[in-house]
Structures are given as structure tokens and as C-alpha cells.
Design a protein around this ligand. Structure first.
Ligand code: PGA
Length: 260
């Protein structure tokens, strides 16, 4: 059975000392169950600290970004080969990178290829703006983003990617998508990939991100046909995050939520 994925995207938060204090508490938590794949995404600066605290645990480490260049004279950039020894995952195509740092899906495509080359699993973010949603363009937008991001990838590559549906209007706003709508988009993403790459339903992993928190996660667990969550704000406070993990554990024990 595939695991429920909980990706904690800490964005530009937490100093090294704060990372240490959070991870010390998290690694003492007996509730980290084998059915969960918890992945922590600290800043580049804290990757080695986090790696040393997590290496003997089941908790995985990821990086929030990599450069689209493999190496060379690119001041301020961090290459995939610098982070690959410590990380298992990388977040790519996040809307904050696209909006504030002008990344496009051509860059994302290059980053995915580099990530795969260095055996990092990409979490590929896709999602529409509120205007696009109002105009009924969600599927068109997602299809375009997807086509650019996965250009010239193989079926074998696609199976290694986690697809994160992250409506831009839901990120950091406190307004989450309805699980029913998430199901609609996630089934469309699956259909596109199944038709194009001749894959089985269970070979495609889709997670949801956008204001997931303690108040709405239960509804998602009950209704959403997804493989997990990308959590920003609600993953920053240890006690809040551990309550989310406990809720997932409870639903999982009741067999309500099964990754599909
Ligand atoms: P949020 O962030 O949970 O704070 O909305 C999610 C994300 O950006 O991945």
C-alpha cells in the first residue's frame, strides 16, 4: 500500500536553532507511523543540520528548490549535486517561485530533469489563480502547466514525480479548496497522464496543498481521493503539526483515509 505523504514546506522561516528545536521534538514523537511519509523542507542553510537529526529516523528531508543549471558561474544559486546527498525530495514549480522569482515551467522542466538525474523525487506544483478559476479555465491552465513541465519525460520519469495540486488563491490565504473540487482536478490530471503514458491509476501520486490546517484536514481525509498534503503555515508550529499527524493517524487507524 502506498504511504500517505505529508510534506512540510517551511518556506523562508526558521533559523538553524529553530530547526533543531522542532526536529528534536518531532523525532521523539512515537506517533510517526510507518504508513506516513513525512518530509520536511527547511531552507538550504539548514539542510545539513536537518539531515544529521533525521538520518536515523523514518522522516525524510527535501529541498525547497534547486537551480536549473547543473554547475558554473551562477552567483547565489544552489545546484542539485550540492543538495542531493542530503535530500530525497525537491519542491518544483511552486507558485511563490513563479510569482516572486519569475520562474516558468520551462525552467521547471529543466529542474525536473536535473532532479531525476540526481535521484531526487520532484514534487511538481500545479495550480490556477482565482481569476482563472472564476473564468472556468482551471483545467486548461493545469493542462498547459503540466505539458510544459513534463516535456520530453518518459513514463518511468512520471512515476517518480509527486503531482501537487496547489490552487494559488488557496496558498497562505486560509481559504482551502473543496475536497470535491480537488477530486475533480486530480482525476483530470490522472486521466491526462494515464492516456499519454499508458500508466495505471495507482502509479500516479497526487497531493493537495493550499491552507491545509487542523480545521479542514479531517474533511480532506474523509472526502479527498489523494495521496497526501503539502502543508505550509500549519507545519511551522510543532504542536500544531503534531496534532495534524495525530489526526491523520486516527483516520488511518479507522481506515477512512487510504491513499489512492
Ligand atoms: P499554506 O502553503 O499551507 O501556507 O497555504 C502551502 C504551500 O505553499 O505549499
Amino acid at each position: 500500500m502506498s504511504k500517505i505523504l505529508i510534506a512540510a514546506n517551511w518556506k523562508m522561516n526558521k533559523t538553524d536553532n529553530e530547526v533543531i528545536s522542532f526536529l528534536k521534538k518531532l523525532t521523539r514523537n512515537n506517533n510517526i507511523i510507518s504508513q506516513l511519509e513525512i518530509i520536511i523542507f527547511p531552507s538550504f542553510v539548514s539542510l545539513i543540520t536537518a539531515y544529521n537529526l533525521l538520518k536515523k529516523t523514518r522522516i525524510k528531508l527535501g529541498t525547497q528548490n534547486i537551480s536549473n543549471k547543473e554547475k558554473g558561474a551562477y552567483t547565489g544559486e544552489v545546484s542539485v549535486s550540492m543538495v542531493a546527498p542530503f535530500c530525497s525530495y525537491v519542491i518544483l514549480g511552486h507558485s511563490e517561485r513563479r510569482i516572486y522569482f519569475y520562474e516558468n515551467y520551462k525552467d521547471v522542466n529543466e529542474k525536473i530533469k536535473l532532479a531525476l538525474k540526481f535521484k531526487l523525487k520532484p514534487i511538481l506544483c500545479l495550480g490556477e489563480t482565482s481569476n482563472e478559476r472564476k473564468k472556468g479555465l482551471v483545467l486548461k491552465v493545469i493542462r498547459n502547466q503540466l505539458n510544459m513541465a513534463i516535456k520530453s519525460l518518459s513514463a518511468k520519469d512520471i512515476k517518480k514525480i509527486i503531482f501537487a495540486y496547489e490552487p494559488i488563491w488557496a496558498i497562505g490565504t486560509g481559504k482551502n479548496d473543496k475536497p470535491e473540487d480537488t477530486n475533480l482536478i486530480s482525476s483530470q490530471i490522472k486521466r491526462l497522464l494515464i492516456n499519454r503514458f499508458n500508466l495505471k491509476n495507482e502509479e500516479i501520486k497526487i497531493i493537495y496543498g493550499g491552507s491545509v490546517n487542523l480545521n479542514n484536514i479531517e474533511e480532506f481525509l474523509i472526502k479527498a481521493k489523494i495521496n497526501g498534503f503539502l502543508i505550509g503555515k500549519a507545519s511551522l508550529d510543532y504542536y500544531n503539526f503534531s496534532k495534524i499527524i495525530n489526526l491523520i493517524k486516527k483516520q488511518n487507524d479507522k481506515k477512512i483515509f487510504k491513499p489512492r
